[in-house]
Design a protein around this ligand. Structure first.
Ligand SMILES: [Zn+2]
Length: 247
């Protein structure tokens, strides 16, 4: 009895051990299978810039084949206008009346060619930081030197863009000479012209020049009676500069 009972117990223990081993093996196999399955990839946030954005074709805005540029802008200072008379001749002819009449004619000529033109006073508030494709200040020389004749053109003494402003001076000089027949009065360009106040008020990227259109004594005939030629010379000089520029 005892021996048989002991044998039965041993058999049961053996069966229990075998079942336990079988279960362990089954568990290990299942675990191994689960581990070999592809894991879901960890989601890495993609930078927004790398995310391709699909734009529906219908809403895509195509660039215009011929973009329309705004008109080029020209500033004209009618010398002394709104401030004083400028030079005065013994008979009362004033520089400001010549400057203003010429500036108005230049404005009309340029507007006819499609430019936007601002006619400015000598100390116009708009000069402060004035931004344009070009600024030209129009003056005339005094009656004080009866035999002096000719015109002058100058840009600022220390230019931030010497090539541009030299080209502006060259254009004005050549076109003004061609239109009026006056000679260039090179050696009397004064420090005052090159240190002209408006040069220091306008935006630094606005090319600028000042022109003395002639002497009010010797060149009076053209300054008073042929202002269309005076204006044409200035307008052509400005157009020469604007239409041969590099930008
Ligand atoms: Zn003046």
């Amino acid at each position: 009895m005892v021996r048989r009972g002991a044998l039965e117990v041993a058999q049961r223990i053996l069966i229990a051990v075998m079942v336990a081993i079988a279960l362990s093996i089954a568990y290990m196999i299942l675990h191994a299978l689960w581990a070999s399955e592809p894991r879901p990839a960890r989601s890495t946030p993609v930078p927004a810039t790398l995310t391709p954005t699909r734009i529906p074709t219908a809403t895509r805005v195509l660039p215009s084949p011929t973009p329309t540029r705004p008109p080029k802008r020209v500033g004209l200072v009618a010398g002394h206008w709104g401030y004083d008379s400028g030079a005065v001749c013994p008979d009362g002819l004033t520089e400001v009346e010549i400057n203003l009449a010429v500036a108005q004619l230049v404005k009309a000529l340029l507007e006819d060619r499609g430019y936007a033109v601002d006619l400015l006073e000598e100390f116009d508030a708009a000069l402060d930081g004035y931004l344009a494709d070009v600024l030209v200040s129009i003056h005339a020389d005094s009656c004080d030197v009866p035999r002096a004749s000719g015109f002058k053109v100058a840009s600022v003494l220390y230019s931030a863009m010497p090539e541009e402003e030299d080209r502006l001076v060259k254009c004005l000089r050549e076109e003004y000479q061609a239109a009026t027949g006056l000679s260039f009065h090179e050696h009397s360009i004064t420090y005052d012209m090159r240190e002209y106040h408006a040069f220091y008020e306008i935006a630094p990227q606005t090319p600028a020049a000042i022109i003395e259109t002639g002497f009010m004594a010797a060149d009076r005939q053209i300054l008073v009676n042929q202002q269309d030629k005076v204006a044409e010379g200035i307008a052509n000089g400005i157009i020469c500069f604007l239409e041969t520029d590099s930008h």
